[in-house]
Design a protein around this ligand. Structure first.
Ligand SMILES: *[C@@H]1O[C@H](CO)[C@@H](O)[C@H](O)[C@H]1NC(C)=O
Ligand SMILES: *[C@@H]1O[C@H](CO)[C@@H](O)[C@H](O)[C@H]1NC(C)=O
Ligand SMILES: *[C@@H]1O[C@H](CO)[C@@H](O)[C@H](O)[C@H]1NC(C)=O
Ligand SMILES: *[C@@H]1O[C@H](CO)[C@@H](O)[C@H](O)[C@H]1NC(C)=O
Ligand SMILES: *[C@@H]1O[C@H](CO)[C@@H](O)[C@H](O)[C@H]1NC(C)=O
Ligand SMILES: *[C@@H]1O[C@H](CO)[C@@H](O)[C@H](O)[C@H]1NC(C)=O
Ligand SMILES: *[C@@H]1O[C@H](CO)[C@@H](O)[C@H](O)[C@H]1NC(C)=O
Ligand SMILES: *[C@@H]1O[C@H](CO)[C@@H](O)[C@H](O)[C@H]1NC(C)=O
Ligand SMILES: *[C@@H]1O[C@H](CO)[C@@H](O)[C@H](O)[C@H]1NC(C)=O
Ligand SMILES: *[C@@H]1O[C@H](CO)[C@@H](O)[C@H](O)[C@H]1NC(C)=O
Ligand SMILES: *[C@@H]1O[C@H](CO)[C@@H](O)[C@H](O)[C@H]1NC(C)=O
Ligand SMILES: *[C@@H]1O[C@H](CO)[C@@H](O)[C@H](O)[C@H]1NC(C)=O
Length: 679
């Protein structure tokens, strides 16, 4: 109720503002040789003013149309000039600004894990935001001139008014942000504000008066959600899941059990490392099952921890880093009762799909966390760290979400208990993947040409030596050239072009694939009842891959797969959509073939197996169904070739999905395929 009345006071001020004349400030518009980039000011639209009422209104007209979703109000409360004073260059003059943001759930459903976007426009630097953090994990002060997304750690929940009988404390969140902006003496307003929750649709942000911006974000549906007194978010499934279980809590410290699990049937991490950022200057006094890269004890000694505690001794604490980086322990620590000894620990960072080895799909560690004042003495006050990062950046992690506490076997009591509090963080594959490390080539017994790996499939060096053409299509290879080092195939490629009367030879020749691992899929036989193929893995790199695995996605042939001979190939079961399931076969090396060896003396490490298929269950197979649609090697997607061989010599462009690309390719290679009599 208190929050509500405050809101009305602010509202009243805005109401008065509505009837004042509005004029845009001319400050901050000047330009010329600026060290600080000035973006053009796209002023937000000004809300239409309500008609002037001559009859006395019984109550003030609402400021903005009623909102039936999430309502956001941004009020710039304060601006002041700060040093340095730059009278000659007013557009560079820094100002302190303070704004009050109010997010209110006016809808039917509970808002889980809200995040709010603000598109700033005065080169703002955010300095403080009352417990609100940047979703991307950057720490304040931070340049937010390109806009930012703010959120709460752990995930913030705004209940709906229906389930709380309108308790504004649970329905609304108000926070103040403080920062520096440049060149705008009064009322520096953002361009727009929004809420970034999935399914919510925000109206245009409108200015009311000089210093108030409002938007209303409508809900995806109007289902009323009712939640218990103690509200838990639903667990989610990502590619990787981190569970942060507080299993024991004490007045100044707590014991956290952290489990990292690989929930993806195709992803793999070797030598994993994870990091996170403490939100309240916590530090680690003891760790089992994993270790941090640095101790950073000076952070504790010079900080609040050093001023607060004489015990534990800051010279002996485990890690004081604000963003510790954590790595697994080596295998020989498995039974070490001092630093190892945790179930799922100590595998030197191996995290495999559960399909391959259930026991190696999880890693766990324990840490004893000390809190520092002001909130340290409250037993119940535990804020999990935020900004979780995992591995090499291929996966992006979300904010910790409080879920129903995990049930676990207490190591000391030997019976099942539940964690005190549990947070979950999911991490998903990002769009911007690192450069691929493997590529695929196709061939077939009725066709002498290999459709090779794509030109620069795994990226090209800036100035390749010898010079080569990075944009030309890879040229067909004779089958015999596949065991030659990619750098040494020039003569064969030229001779093959000559034999096939291909006159369209780019000069310089197309670049090679630059992939460490190349996989060839060769159709060996095709008869009425079935067919077979041979998969060959080449390792041209100087890296050996122990316990390699590959996933072959072949929707059209999956049902007919029978067996592989030298590899262990298993049909992947239903994975609830977390993987290319019911279309894919997981392949590993059998005992003795589980190492893909590095190249020696320019000769590739090589592994090979025949696969057999029946046609009984796969009627109507198309030509392309005999070739994998996608291939993953050690959890990373490989680059597929430009086409697949036909029964006659030559190649066809790949699937319809890549039609646009195929057309582009065809225009590049028209003459080439033309001559082969395919098009
Ligand atoms: C809005 O700003 C203009 C100029 O900056 C000023 O003249 C006007 O009084 C302001 N209006 C209100 C309601 O503050
Ligand atoms: C707005 O700013 C003034 C001056 O700093 C301050 O006194 C006042 O409390 C602020 N209002 C709110 C709601 O924070
Ligand atoms: C919300 O705001 C952020 C920050 O300005 C922006 O990046 C994002 O695209 C916006 N989202 C929508 C749906 O407009
Ligand atoms: C803002 O965007 C511009 C253009 O994309 C980029 O050059 C600049 O580095 C960005 N600034 C920040 C702080 O991210
Ligand atoms: C929510 O409402 C939509 C229609 O508005 C309906 O399709 C959906 O099934 C409902 N979801 C739940 C969880 O009730
Ligand atoms: C740890 O102990 C178990 C059981 O005592 C044993 O099987 C295992 O080999 C030991 N591991 C190491 C690395 O010593
Ligand atoms: C353990 O991992 C490190 C990299 O984190 C690696 O250099 C080392 O060779 C690995 N040890 C074993 C036994 O695999
Ligand atoms: C083949 O792999 C499956 C699971 O990946 C495993 O259960 C099975 O034991 C393996 N078979 C052999 C012979 O290695
Ligand atoms: C990861 O993906 C799952 C399923 O699509 C989703 O529920 C979850 O919110 C995602 N997590 C992040 C951090 O994007
Ligand atoms: C293969 O190429 C490398 C470097 O390009 C060269 O040193 C080597 O002699 C070549 N080998 C053959 C057999 O041509
Ligand atoms: C396999 O043989 C069938 C006829 O039995 C033919 O239609 C199909 O195109 C052939 N596929 C390949 C890849 O050879
Ligand atoms: C990650 O999860 C998404 C959605 O569940 C899935 O499509 C994708 O294949 C997964 N990626 C990996 C590497 O497992």
């Amino acid at each position: 109720m208190i929050a509500m009345s405050q809101f009305n006071v602010v509202g009243g001020v805005i109401f008065i503002a509505l009837f004042s004349v509005f004029a845009t400030s001319a400050e901050g518009e000047a330009s010329g040789g600026l060290p600080i980039p000035q973006q053009p000011l796209h002023s937000p639209r000004i809300a239409p003013q309500p008609p002037v009422l001559y009859a006395p209104a019984p109550e003030p007209a609402p400021l903005w149309p009623p909102c039936d979703g999430v309502d956001i109000v941004y009020i710039n409360n304060y601006t002041a000039r700060i040093y340095p004073f730059l009278d000659d260059t007013p557009w560079l003059q820094p100002y302190r600004f303070e704004s009050i943001v109010t997010i209110t759930n006016m809808g039917y459903s509970t808002v889980e894990a809200w995040a709010m976007g603000i598109d700033f426009q005065h080169n703002e630097i955010l300095v403080d935001a009352e417990g609100i953090v940047l979703e991307d994990g950057r720490l304040m002060p931070v340049d937010v001139s390109n806009g930012t997304v703010l959120t709460q750690i752990p995930a913030g929940v705004l209940k709906n008014a229906i389930e709380t009988a309108g308790d504004m404390n649970q329905v609304q969140k108000t926070f103040k942000i403080k920062g520096t902006e440049f060149g705008k003496k009064l009322d520096p307003m953002p361009r727009s504000i929004n809420i970034t929750l999935k399914g919510y649709n925000c109206s245009e942000s409108l200015l009311y008066g000089n210093n108030t911006m409002h938007t209303c974000c409508s809900e995806p549906n109007r289902n009323v959600t009712l939640n218990d007194e103690e509200f838990f978010l639903n667990p989610e499934t990502g590619n990787f899941t981190i569970m942060y279980d507080v299993i024991q809590a004490y007045p100044g410290s707590y014991l956290a059990h952290v489990t990292l699990s690989n929930d993806s049937p195709i992803a793999r991490l070797d030598f994993w490392n994870i990091s996170f950022t403490w939100q309240e200057n916590e530090f680690i006094t003891k760790m089992m099952g994993a270790t941090t890269r640095e101790a950073d004890r000076e952070v504790c000694m010079n900080g609040i921890a050093g001023k607060t505690y004489s015990d534990p001794d800051m010279n002996n604490v485990f890690c004081c880093s604000v963003s510790p980086e954590i790595v697994d322990l080596p295998i020989d620590r498995t039974n070490d009762t001092q630093i190892g000894g945790i179930e799922y620990c100590c595998r030197n960072g191996t995290l495999w799909p559960a399909l391959l080895d259930e026991k190696k799909s999880k890693s766990a560690f324990l840490m004893n966390v000390y809190k520092v004042p002001p909130m340290s003495s409250q037993l119940n006050h535990i804020i999990p760290p935020g900004n979780w990062r995992i591995g090499d950046g291929r996966f992006k992690c979300g904010i910790p979400r409080r879920i129903k506490p995990t049930a676990y076997l207490d190591p000391y009591l030997l019976y099942e208990t539940t964690a005190f509090k549990t947070w979950q963080v999911t991490c998903n594959e990002t769009e911007n993947k690192p450069p691929p490390k493997c590529c695929v080539s196709f061939s077939k017994y009725t066709n002498d040409s290999i459709v090779p790996c794509r030109t620069c499939a795994c990226g090209c060096p800036a100035s390749p030596q010898p010079a080569c053409n990075a944009s030309a299509s890879a040229m067909l290879l004779p089958y015999s050239a596949i065991t030659m080092h990619p750098e040494n195939r020039t003569r064969q490629i030229l001779a093959w072009a000559d034999i096939n009367h291909n006159k369209n030879i780019p000069n310089p020749l197309p670049c090679q694939d630059y992939c460490g691992v190349a996989i060839n899929w060769h159709i060996v036989s095709n008869f009425t009842g079935g067919w077979s193929s041979r998969m060959t893995l080449f390792d041209w790199s100087d890296v050996t891959f122990p316990d390699w695995f590959a996933v072959l996605q072949m929707p059209g042939a999956y049902q007919g797969f029978q067996q592989a001979y030298s590899f262990n190939a298993t049909k992947m079961p239903n994975m609830n959509g977390t993987a290319p399931d019911n279309t894919s076969v997981m392949v590993t090396g059998l005992q003795g073939l589980n190492y893909l060896m590095a190249a020696t003396n320019r000769s590739a490490g090589k592994l090979q197996s025949v696969f057999s298929y029946t046609k009984l269950t796969t009627s109507g197979m198309r030509e392309q169904d005999y070739f994998p649609e996608k291939v993953w090697f050690n959890g990373e997607e490989c680059v597929m070739p430009e086409g697949f061989p036909l029964s006659r010599s030559g190649a066809l462009p790949t699937r319809p999905g890549v039609l646009a690309f195929a057309i582009f390719l065809m225009s590049c290679t028209m003459a080439f395929y033309d001559f082969l009599g395919i098009l």
